[in-house]
Design a protein around this ligand. Structure first.
Ligand code: ZN
Ligand code: ZN
Length: 169
């Protein structure tokens, strides 16, 4: 079994390569970077100027690998689900998606910080993959499975599951 990283629309290749090794070592699985799929335009909500994340997951489900592998989608558009202003990511059993939009310092009017940006992507990626493997939100604020309500939560937590979560993998 493989873990697929799939760009949805345009995503900088260097970011994907950086994720590959980290994810592979944490989940002890080979990771493959898929060719990009196009952004499903029907997921766009013009009233909100955002893409609906469950619709993106449903679209991804139409082209999942037949060997049972899981797929993490990465999109550089702002995403949401009903009753949330925005989300960093969303996961189902076989597919998950993370958004890069709000992980950049520039989004908040701050100077770019490539290190922080990459670290945040890694944390969100590991978090959503953790959900695909059945992990739920963890009360330990240092654990990657802790829920990120704000970016501060993301910055406080580590890149790895805590010992308790790890034991469940
Ligand atoms: Zn979560
Ligand atoms: Zn944990």
């Amino acid at each position: 079994m493989l873990l697929h990283i799939r760009p949805i629309g345009e995503v900088e290749k260097g970011l994907l390569d950086g994720l590959k090794d980290h994810i592979s070592s944490i989940f002890s699985l080979p990771v493959k970077i898929d060719p990009a799929m196009s952004i499903p335009s029907y997921a766009y909500n013009p009233d909100r100027g955002q893409y609906e994340a469950s619709t993106i997951l449903a679209d991804m489900m139409m082209s999942i690998p037949s060997d049972g592998s899981k797929v993490l989608g990465i999109i550089d558009k702002d995403i949401y689900v009903k009753s949330f202003n925005f989300i960093f990511g969303l996961a189902a059993e076989r597919v998950a998606v993370i958004s890069l939009t709000r992980l950049r310092e520039e989004y908040y009017g701050l100077p770019p910080n490539e290190f922080l940006f990459k670290e945040r992507i890694l944390k969100e990626a590991i978090h959503e993959i953790g959900h695909m493997f059945g992990l739920v939100h963890c009360p330990d604020i240092g654990c990657v499975m802790h829920f990120s309500n704000t970016l501060d939560d993301t910055d406080i937590k580590g890149c790895e599951p805590c010992a308790r979560c790890k034991a469940l993998l």
